[in-house]
Design a protein. Structure first.
Length: 147
């Protein structure tokens, strides 16, 4: 990877997002907790949810990831409250398609992922970028199964 590729990949916007992740921390009494880890890079995201009537009523995340994974967690974290399992799974699937198949970024309310389009060429970063949405989708599925 050249220096210009690194500069492009870790743009100022990505670094700003990584420095301002909403809902950082843990919830005192979550309905469900899911921890996901990328075996390739070691990034982890732990998600705590309180789920009421099939929607996220409260949300917290602990993010230990590269700047790309942190930026992704920031983008999703700012809109998680009130989301349903279907909405989160749709955003996860759209993000995966954006990275792997050149599809468009996730639509509203999960806007902003176009900032991560330069990561398409770096498959080793995809798992970290997907962690926050994958963990949240899995947590919602677990909460639904337990209900």
């Amino acid at each position: 990877m050249s220096d210009s590729d690194l500069i492009k990949l870790y743009s100022k916007r990505i670094l700003a997002l990584a420095a301002d992740i909403p809902h950082l921390g843990r919830l005192p009494a979550p309905t469900v907790t899911v921890r996901r880890r990328s075996p390739l890079c070691g990034s982890t995201v732990t998600v705590d949810l309180v789920v009421e009537d099939g929607r996220i009523a409260d949300f917290a995340q602990e993010v230990r990831a590269c700047a790309l994974g942190q930026a992704s967690a920031a983008l999703s974290g700012r809109v998680m409250i009130g989301r349903s399992r279907a909405e989160v799974e749709k955003a996860r699937d759209e993000l995966r398609a954006m990275l792997r198949e050149g599809g468009p970024p996730p639509g509203p309310p999960f806007s902003g992922y176009e900032v991560l389009e330069p990561a398409r060429d770096y498959r080793n970063r995809h798992a970290s970028i997907l962690l926050a949405l994958e963990a949240t989708a899995e947590a919602l599925a677990q909460a639904e199964a337990a209900a």
